[in-house]
Design a protein around this ligand. Structure first.
Ligand code: SF4
Length: 446
């Protein structure tokens, strides 16, 4: 039997798809190269914006239409948020939300046998196991085998923040941290497999350990934090590089900054979601910092960590965002040392506080504001990568396509070079020549 995965959304979804793939392989399934030749198609969905939900529905329909005989299983955040809509899509056989992924093979096989009993006719009612996630307190352990040169390592699930615009806490539930023992076990496997770069992933990585205080044997009552997870990874896997996931500004503690500064294995790259450059809007978004706090942090990072790359997310057109608020945002992002700004037009998500606020912003205004912010992002990215021209940088060769190899520098600049039998997964030195695509172009240095 052949299985094919379609994965939408973030690194956590990518990690979870890789883990479910491993579960199928353990039951004798092999990977299909094309969706049309698969006996089972798993669509791992996203719902972070209205566009993500729409894309998820499109992919489910495409999967169901690709091969009338295949079993279609839909999992993930969109399935969790609208299970009835997913179940009503013609051709869907199994619906799983953001828990019970460990049961995916069992559920798919139940759907296969139901279909066999029906003489191959598609099941009218899909098997749906989507339940509430509010009460879940345990991290769901999944076997994992990374399928890329950078190994994603999931250390946490869920979020307690309830930012006014965000649907994620409703579909992922509360913070559940993976135990340090389990992190250590997976790191030992990654080390044995020779991974040079590990990327910490989670829904809200900065809150790692908040729920673990009393659970670690021998240190009952002691606080556990992201710093402990980072040290565990460094000790057990000893990777050449460790990349931290997205962190909230308030979570970059003195201890964590000190660790980034002093341990060369930790990448000089952080992703700090700003979301707005207006204090009034930050407050309405329920974000726990001001622009002053944010600017002090970025100034410190630039001052203390050489060549640091700071990426950010920005939401434009939040309900009630006036022209003045947006002008403040533009001025603020212009003043910040960002290497990249991901700009998202605000997307109302049913069930969130922001969706009920008055003064929703028209799409046309959001579009204009998005373009203005993107212009600043492009300028800032260009200035950041231009500094590399003429210099020699180190990348870990990641992918090879159409005669080109690409990989990332420690501070997250994508570097392209001609593929001259460059071994993927290895460290390669490149002399940077010019700006190219979303990064730079260079030549291999022996
Ligand atoms: S911190 Fe805010 S934006 Fe991030 S997942 Fe939690 S609620 Fe969503």
């Amino acid at each position: 039997m052949k299985v094919f995965f379609v994965t939408l959304g973030c690194k956590v979804n990518q990690y979870e798809s890789e883990a479910m793939q491993k579960l199928f392989e353990a039951s004798g399934y092999v990977r299909a190269d094309e969706i049309s030749e698969a006996d089972v198609v798993v669509v791992n969905t996203c719902t972070v914006t209205a566009v993500s939900s729409q894309k998820s529905r499109q992919m489910i329909r495409r999967a169901a239409g690709a091969n009338q005989n295949s079993i279609v299983a839909v999992v993930g955040c969109y399935a969790q948020s609208e299970p009835e809509v997913v179940a009503a899509i013609d051709g869907v056989d199994v619906v799983v939300g953001t828990k019970d992924r460990t049961r995916i093979v069992e559920l798919v096989e139940a759907a296969i046998s139901m279909r066999n009993e029906e003489l191959g006719i598609r099941n009218e009612q899909p098997l749906s196991v989507v339940g509430t996630v509010d009460e879940i307190r345990d991290f769901e352990e999944l076997p994992h085998a990374p399928q890329r040169t950078r190994a994603f390592l999931k250390i946490e699930d869920g979020c307690n923040n309830f930012c006014a615009y965000c649907i994620i806490p409703y579909v992922r539930g509360r913070v559940r941290s993976r135990s340090l023992e389990s992190i250590r076990d997976e790191c030992l496997k990654l080390k044995a497999a020779g991974f040079k770069e590990i990327v910490l992933t989670g829904i809200h990585v900065g809150t790692y350990g908040r729920d673990l205080r009393c659970q670690v044997s021998g240190v009952s009552g002691q606080k556990i934090s992201l710093v402990d997870a980072v040290k565990t990874v460094l000790d057990a896997a000893n990777p050449l590089r460790l990349r931290l996931g997205s962190l909230e500004p308030v979570e970059l503690t003195d201890e964590l900054i000190e660790l980034i500064k002093t341990d060369e294995r930790i990448c000089n790259h952080v992703h700090l979601p700003l979301q707005s450059g207006s204090d009034e809007i930050l407050k309405a978004m329920h974000r726990p910092y001001t622009t002053k706090n944010f600017a002090e942090l970025t100034a410190r990072l630039v001052d203390e960590i050489p060549e640091i790359s700071i990426g950010t997310d920005l939401i434009v057109g939040f309900p009630g965002e006036t022209d003045e608020n947006f002008a403040e945002t533009l001025e603020f992002i212009q003043s910040q040392p960002f290497a990249k700004i991901h700009v998202f037009p605000y997307s109302a998500r049913a069930g969130t506080v922001a969706a009920t606020l008055p003064n929703q912003i028209p799409s046309s205004t959001k579009k204009i504001r998005t373009n203005s912010a993107l212009e600043i992002s492009r300028d800032k990215s260009k200035i950041f990568v231009e500094r590399l021209i003429g210099r020699t940088v180190e990348i870990i060769a990641e992918t090879s396509t159409d005669g080109l190899v690409d990989g990332l520098t420690k501070n997250y600049v994508r570097v392209y070079l001609p593929d001259e039998n460059i071994p993927l997964g290895e460290v390669v030195k490149v002399r940077v020549e010019k700006i190219f695509h979303d990064g730079v172009w260079g030549d291999y240095v022996d």
